[in-house]
Design a protein around this ligand. Structure first.
Ligand code: NAD
Ligand code: MG
Length: 398
């Protein structure tokens, strides 16, 4: 490929929080970066607005019912952008010449298929969709290695670790990787006081502005649990070499400790555009719109141990990683269903860990060597969790 030709970027989950950050960075570098494919779940109007702004070659709406409105809207706007609908169309575009780089920022297990398609097609993948690694990490990493796809993690912690690991020679040089966690909006509270928290309180993250699902995951600490499993797959590290420390300022994004006693950390303001710029430019650095870190203004960096009594999701994720096989897929699926019910006001905050724990106990683990086994565990966990939620709802007057 021509070294001076712009990188052709597909932004999956374009209408979301990560999508907006990615498009912001891309628009700062018109000579080097082009958004050629934009994809969203169901928000046709938001996708059309992005198409008018970025003029991609292709726009994809996952929800097939949105196709006509998308096609009409593109035509009415006088755009040459081609309309597509459905997951299969998305996977085909991701694998095609339409892009060389894929920002995988669909939320949830719904992102697995397109992430796998990008891996199999040997694309550079800016991976935000951590759920695809929790569900099928071995398959995604295996497919990427086989096809020479380069995965640059853009989850801020893993992006930090990715940057710190560039100074290492061999895998054996690493003693441990320490993921930082903000602690979420309920840091410092005890379990009993969490029973009555509202959706609005749970999604009001103190440091990061994010989509609703990951915001709830941050409040339960499931996000850090998913990130442990994500780190295990991305960096081929066993559970014993992974640690979590709570760091409320969210300025140290993670740390890597080496066998010689050196610890490297990556610091920056909590703004996802930094991690996205790393992924879009690597190995070069790109201006991202994020200001530098003024430690004098920030004043201090605090660290404390996570409270797995009040926030059992972190412990459940450790256990699922330990159990291996399909357990992480069950954890992830039950969590997605429970978080969605919490966001709809159908269950309380403490029911999220309770439902995940019940699903882990109810679904028998199998080896995780095929996509079928993983998807079947995912489906079974969703069914069990949904059935329990429906029973709760019946038991409680509306
Ligand atoms: P969001 O809810 O803001 O956006 C989700 C996007 O996915 C939307 O564009 C939506 O249309 C799209 N989508 C949903 N279902 C889809 C489907 N079936 N097919 C195609 N598209 C679909 O979420 P977000 O906060 O941007 O998070 C996206 C992913 O990035 C998640 O996996 C999250 O864990 C991860 N992540 C986010 C942040 C952050 O700061 N927001 C940080 C780290 C990791
Ligand atoms: Mg993160």
């Amino acid at each position: 490929t021509n070294a001076s030709a712009p990188r052709r970027v597909a932004v999956l989950g374009a209408t979301g929080s990560i999508g907006a950050s990615a498009l912001d960075v891309i628009a700062r570098h018109p000579q080097r970066l082009r958004a050629t494919v934009l994809a969203a779940g169901r928000q046709v109007d938001a996708l059309l607005a992005l198409c008018r702004l970025h003029q991609p070659e292709h726009a994809v709406i996952a929800d097939e019912e949105g196709f006509q409105a998308l096609q009409d809207g593109l035509r009415d706007a006088g755009l040459a952008t081609q309309a597509h609908a459905g997951a299969q169309a998305l996977d085909a575009l991701v694998a095609s010449e339409a892009c060389d780089t894929v920002v995988a920022a669909i939320v949830g297990a719904a992102g697995l298929s397109s992430t796998l398609a990008a891996a199999r097609a040997g694309k550079r993948i800016l991976l935000a969709n951590k759920e695809s690694l929790v569900l099928a990490g071995e398959l995604v990493i295996g497919a990427a290695e086989a096809a020479g796809a380069e995965i640059v993690p853009v989850d801020s912690e893993h992006n930090a670790i990715f940057q710190c690991l560039r100074s290492r020679q061999t895998q054996g040089d690493v003693r441990r990787v320490i993921l930082t966690a903000s602690g979420g909006p309920f840091r410092g509270r005890d379990r009993a006081s969490l029973a009555a928290v509202t959706v609005a309180q749970a999604v009001a993250h103190p440091k990061w502005s994010m989509g609703p699902k990951i915001s709830v995951d941050s409040a339960t600490l499931m996000n850090k649990g998913l990130e442990l499993i994500e780190a295990h797959h991305l960096f081929a590290l066993p559970r014993q070499q992974l640690d979590v420390v709570v760091h409320p300022q969210s300025l140290v994004h993670s740390l890597v400790e080496f066998i010689d006693g050196s610890t490297l950390a990556q610091l920056g303001l909590p703004d996802m555009r930094t991690a996205l710029a790393v992924g879009l430019g690597w190995p070069q650095r790109l201006e991202s719109g994020v200001a530098g870190l003024d430690l004098m203004t920030q004043g201090r960096l605090d660290f404390e141990a996570p409270d797995t009594e009040a926030f059992p999701c972190l412990r459940l994720a450790w256990d699922a990683l330990e159990a291996g096989g399909t357990a992480p897929a069950v954890l992830n699926a039950a969590n997605e269903v429970a978080v969605s019910a919490f966001l709809q006001g159908r269950i309380g905050f403490l029911s999220i860990p309770a439902l995940v724990e019940e699903a882990l106990a109810a679904v028998s683990y199998a080896a995780a060597d095929t996509l079928e086994a993983l998807l079947s565990a995912d489906a079974q966990a969703r069914r069990i969790t949904q059935a329990r939620i429906d029973r709760y709802a019946l038991a409680r007057p509306a």
